[in-house]
Design a protein. Structure first.
Length: 233
């Protein structure tokens, strides 16, 4: 069974003269444990697609099935429960809360979990260590660098230990070395069994995944395996 299945999916923003068709007839299945990249020109619908997969937005038409469950007409509460447990998101602009410390930002996905405080702390420190940001614990986002902010965003995405990680241009704002480290981390998480979808502009990033989906003008125009850094046409 596919962990993610999209059938005849359409997404339209606005109406009448202000209508934008962002996704057209998307059919896509992703299996548990895949490492997928999505590429396409600006405005081709990449973020829209990722947002729908991530239950941040819903389709206008068509069907989305996540772990066998149809995602349409769910209440906000149900959507946020899914976002909190099944999926985690690494946003393009990090989306850290500026008045919260690094520790508090990473804690967010655990706030509504029924988990002992000591257990939460243990998990948060585990991911801080993994990302090399333990010493930033008490700092606010504006007092750390872009690369460090990105790592905080990743730690926040990981701490909930969701099965699926969605990343929208996660290396876009990073220097090459930090970008490579982040990618290595995503790949190691995939090796541990997580399903990962990365939207990227960078063909080198796409070449490190196992499958490349190309979008253009809201449509899938390519869906190819990537083996040993080569896209199989
Ligand atoms: N909230 C929105 N309201 C109206 N139009 C939108 C909205 N978000 C995206 N769009 C439009 O949908 C299309 C796809 O956008 P997007 O998914 O952000 O593309 P990408 O991430 O590939 O750059 C673009 O034409 C964009 O202007
Ligand atoms: Mg985008």
């Amino acid at each position: 069974m596919s962990i993610i299945k999209l059938e005849n999916l359409h997404k339209v923003y606005g109406k009448d003269n202000y209508k934008t068709v962002a996704l057209k007839d998307i059919n896509l299945s992703i299996e548990d444990g895949e490492l997928v990249s999505i590429m396409g020109p600006s405005g081709s619908g990449k973020s829209t697609l990722l947002n729908i997969i991530g239950c941040l937005d819903t389709q206008t038409k068509g069907e989305y099935t996540l772990e066998g469950r149809k995602i349409i007409g769910l209440s906000n509460k149900e959507m946020s429960k899914i976002r909190n447990t099944t999926l985690s998101f690494v946003f393009q602009n990090f989306a850290l809360l500026k008045d919260y410390t690094v520790y508090e930002n990473i804690e967010l996905p655990l706030l509504y979990r029924n988990m002992k405080k000591s257990k939460k702390k243990e998990k948060i420190y585990y991911y801080m260590d993994k990302l090399g940001i333990r010493d930033l614990e008490k700092k606010k986002p504006k007092h750390i660098s872009g690369g460090q902010q990105q790592r905080v965003a990743i730690a926040r995405a990981l701490v909930g230990e969701a099965k699926i990680i969605l990343a929208d241009e996660p290396t876009g704002a990073l220097d090459q070395k930090t970008g490579k480290e982040l990618l290595d981390l995503l790949i190691s998480l995939n090796t541990e069994g997580k399903t990962i979808i990365i939207v990227t502009h960078d063909v080198n990033v796409a070449n490190m995944t196992n499958r490349l989906i190309k979008l253009e003008d809201g449509k899938i125009i390519g869906d190819n395996k990537v083996i040993n850094g080569k896209v199989m046409e």
